[in-house]
Design a protein around this ligand. Structure first.
Ligand code: XIL
Length: 320
């Protein structure tokens, strides 16, 4: 049976990948062996290890132990790495988020963080999520220390700092619920235009793809949303795909619907010139952020808790 990455590459994508759970990989040999199979996953992204609270928990104290778990695996297995995430309101230590900064002082903090973290992983990242989740679901700019300090000027600023730190990685904006092509998608399009109009470099937009079984848009609607960004000259990718059942246990028909939803997402990437790959946010229902975040929901991934391939896995393999 061909692996999903092999199938994806044959279908013209650059990769099919997964997030790597830093504690799971160190404690579960089955998990570790599946994630190391490049024919299945050609790309890894650290689930938490490169976030600000992990890499610079206090000012100027850099720690790469957790991020390096993924970097070392990817290197050992010959897998690409997506790197995630630099400028984000969440998992941001309070020494950054709490003070009222001047523009000059916060710029220096961002520059030091970006230079150090991107410098450490230089040459190892296919892409970096430079800004994560800057738009609210209602289409307003998301409140954060960055927005309060700079208004929207932090968009081009972040991408310019990232380009200076590592000129050879793809620089992405990454967000969720862009798939529905509503007010949030409109605003993300505007964000890309603001960055471009300021003469700053942006190479890609990541669709996180945290979706719901039965509530996932169809293949052509999804492709329409992706193409709004490729029309601006940037590439796109699904960066954190999972499709959760809203209630458990999932019925047999809900499992089929989940598979169809997965196939539509992957299919929409195939239908979009400039969609480079698909990354699932974990692969086994044994380890997923979903149950602890969305009450009552779960079983959002493509392998079950015993590492058996689900109907969703078969659907993905069939569409590729
Ligand atoms: C999640 C991780 O999966 C969890 O382990 C962590 O506790 C919180 O963050 N959007 C993102 C990811 O960009 O970084 C988030 O990951 C999920 C939502």
């Amino acid at each position: 049976q061909a692996g999903l990455n092999d199938l994806a590459v044959r279908a013209g994508l650059k990769y099919f990948g997964t997030a790597l759970g830093e504690s799971a990989v160190n404690s579960d040999a089955t998990y570790a062996s599946i994630i190391s199979d490049k024919s299945e996953f050609g790309q890894l992204v650290p689930e938490n290890g490169q976030k600000w609270d992990s890499t610079e928990p206090s000012q100027g104290q850099f720690n790469y132990a957790s991020g390096d778990i993924t970097a070392n695996k990817a290197k050992a297995n010959g897998q690409l790495m997506r790197c995630h995430a630099l400028i984000w309101h969440s998992q941001l230590p309070s020494w950054v988020s709490s003070p009222t900064w001047t523009k000059e002082a916060l710029t220096a903090v961002m520059q030091s963080h970006i230079n150090n973290v991107m410098g450490h992983y230089k040459g190892q990242c296919y892409a970096w999520d430079v800004i994560n989740e800057a738009v609210n679901d209602d289409g307003n700019w998301r409140d954060s220390v960055y927005l309060r300090t700079f208004s929207t000027d932090y968009f081009p600023l972040s991408f310019k700092l990232a380009k200076a730190a590592d000129p050879n990685t793809k620089l992405y904006y990454n967000d969720y619920n862009l798939e529905y092509n509503g007010a949030k998608t409109d605003r993300a399009v505007e964000l890309v235009k603001i960055i471009q109009a300021a003469g700053a470099p942006i190479d890609g937009v990541g669709f996180q793809g945290h979706l719901i079984v039965g509530g996932t848009p169809g293949r052509s609607s999804l492709a329409t949303a992706l193409k709004r960004f490729t029309a601006l000259g940037v590439e796109v990718a699904y960066t954190e795909l999972d499709i959760r059942h809203s209630s458990l246990p999932a019925s047999a028909s809900a499992q089929v619907t989940q598979g169809n939803d997965y196939a539509n997402v992957v299919g929409s990437c195939l239908d979009t010139a400039g969609c480079v790959g698909v990354t699932v946010w974990g692969f086994s229902d044994k380890y997923s952020w979903v149950p602890s975040t969305f009450s009552g929901a779960g079983d959002a991934l493509i392998y079950d808790k015993d590492f058996n391939k689900k109907a969703a896995w078969t659907s993905v393999s069939s569409v590729l």
